[in-house]
Design a protein around this ligand. Structure first.
Ligand code: ATP
Length: 464
């Protein structure tokens, strides 16, 4: 147990100075109004986990604050009021209010002092007024309720910032012990049934912090999955869209993290990809496809650093492409629905809806292409992510041709432009398109190699 004064010192020592100053201001504002303020959630966890000696000061990106301890009905909007007061002191922050009275957020984006910072300020939700605020039991029960709604014990620690007892650690559920034991434990048996996205959060924290999922918690996960909890995220019930949004956010967190492969592997072991679709299994073939994608991404990253050619940039973020690979692994009839449920961007939904058709067309037509220009004609209608999806799902000969197209042929520049045609005396009109396409095909097929050859070809095939 850390004595309150020592914990305050720990906060002021480990936090970068502007963050400590901000918490001090927030707590002064709360105190002036007769409220209590707590730092809760991931911030407390990360502070306790931060290296003790010689470590760089901690820059938080998320700060969760909870206001509590008031006794007038009007104070139900305390979190919002506190956020407004803080914004007066920090005008560079943007204020966002969610729900009528519930939570407010202050946001800094690329700020010279705070970088990107998001502060959530919530109002502890129970027992607002019937008891005097000075009664510690009531205060405790109210913040306790707030903490009880959280996902894991290590995220349900709170530190009181306001006096009296500033620096006091509230640990109702054994979070400190679990931090020491390096384990992820839920607060109650129904946690994953209540909110299946916590399965993804458990995996994310376990892999990121290098913690184990506590065995009983793992049993709860398996039980939740066996009992078909994911159906709630997919069905037509009123909570499904909100759950899907949270599921997508968790998937995004996981798939964009440097540790995404370990996390995905753990999700696979827990059979948790069923939350996307009950038939989705992480088997050897799917891993191969994901690895192929990584090779593509690495290669395109290298290329796009070297060249400015637009077609060499993969126009969507890697996490989304990884997610598309997972969804594309489903039978075609399920893909569209899963992509729509997750509210993916329109072009992702479009790709997943048309992938089957595109793949069939490419695998039938590509083997009979004799010339690069024929390959070009066939593949130019698809965007780069679609071609990557097609390639990683195709047998080697098809894959190689698609690869050759995206890395070479798609970037071949025409030797003459519309402007050149005009200069050479061709009357502008619809035939320009055909001439330019024809010149490009001749370049691709090695018939013309430079400007002089292009002009001779032009005069021969399109007399002025
Ligand atoms: P990170 O460093 O990844 O942001 P975090 O703990 O701050 O970790 P957030 O996703 O920002 O995680 O959530 C903030 C807090 O809100 C968590 O610490 C947790 O207490 C609570 N929380 C978030 N999502 C859930 C959930 N699905 N169920 C219960 N509590 C949640």
């Amino acid at each position: 147990i850390i004595p309150p004064a020592a914990f305050l010192r720990l906060l002021s020592d480990r936090l970068a100075a502007p963050f400590w100053e901000l918490l001090t201001q927030a707590s002064a504002q709360a105190e002036q109004r007769g409220w209590h303020l707590y730092l809760v959630g991931g911030g407390v966890r990360d502070l306790l986990l931060a290296k003790q000696n010689g470590a760089a000061p901690l820059y938080l990106q998320d700060i969760d604050l909870v206001v509590d301890g008031f006794h007038r009905t009007a104070d139900v909007g305390a979190g919002v009021e506190l956020a407004r007061a803080l914004q007066q002191l920090y005008p560079a922050a943007r204020l966002e209010i969610h729900g009528a009275f519930q939570t407010a957020a202050l946001l800094w984006h690329k700020d010279p002092i705070f970088g990107s910072l998001w502060i959530d300020i919530a109002t502890a939700r129970t027992e607002f007024y019937p008891y005097p605020a000075a009664n510690p039991e009531v205060e405790a029960s109210s913040i306790r309720q707030d903490l009880y709604r959280r996902d894991f014990t290590i995220n349900s620690l709170a530190v009181r910032l306001t006096p009296p007892r500033a620096g006091e650690m509230l640990d109702f559920f054994g979070g400190l012990l679990d931090l020491q034991a390096k384990q992820i434990r839920v607060l109650h048996a129904n946690s994953f049934i209540e909110d299946p996205t916590r399965i993804y959060r458990a995996v994310r924290f376990a892999v990121r912090l290098e913690f184990a999922i506590e065995p009983q918690t793992e049993n709860y996960i398996r039980y939740a999955i066996d009992s078909g909890v994911y159906k709630r995220t997919q069905g037509n019930n009123s909570r499904a869209p909100a759950l899907q949004t949270r599921l997508k956010n968790e998937l995004k967190y996981i798939l964009q993290a440097p540790y995404w492969q370990a996390a995905l592997s753990l999700l696979g072991d827990l059979d948790a990809l069923q939350c996307l679709h009950e038939t989705l299994k992480l088997d050897k073939t799917l891993w191969q496809q994901l690895r192929f994608l990584e090779r593509c991404l690495r290669r395109f990253n290298r290329e796009s650093r070297k060249s400015k050619v637009k077609s060499q940039n993969v126009p969507i973020p890697p996490w989304l492409l990884r997610l598309e690979v997972l969804i594309a692994y489903l039978a075609p009839e399920y893909r569209d629905r899963v992509a729509q449920n997750l509210q993916l961007p329109d072009d992702s939904i479009y790709r997943l809806r048309h992938l089957q058709q595109a793949q069939e067309r490419v695998s039938t037509a590509l083997p009979s292409c004799r010339l690069p220009s024929q390959v070009f004609d066939l593949l130019r209608q698809y965007d780069l992510p679609m071609l990557i999806l097609i390639a990683l799902r195709s047998p080697r000969p098809v894959r190689s041709l698609v690869w050759q197209y995206v890395t070479q042929w798609a970037n071949v520049q025409p030797l003459l432009s519309g402007h050149d045609l005009k200069q050479l005396g061709y009357k502008p009109g619809p035939q320009y398109r055909q001439i330019l396409d024809d010149l490009l095909a001749a370049t691709l097929d090695g018939i013309i190699r430079d400007r002089t050859e292009a002009e001779s070809y032009l005069f021969e095939h399109y007399p002025r």
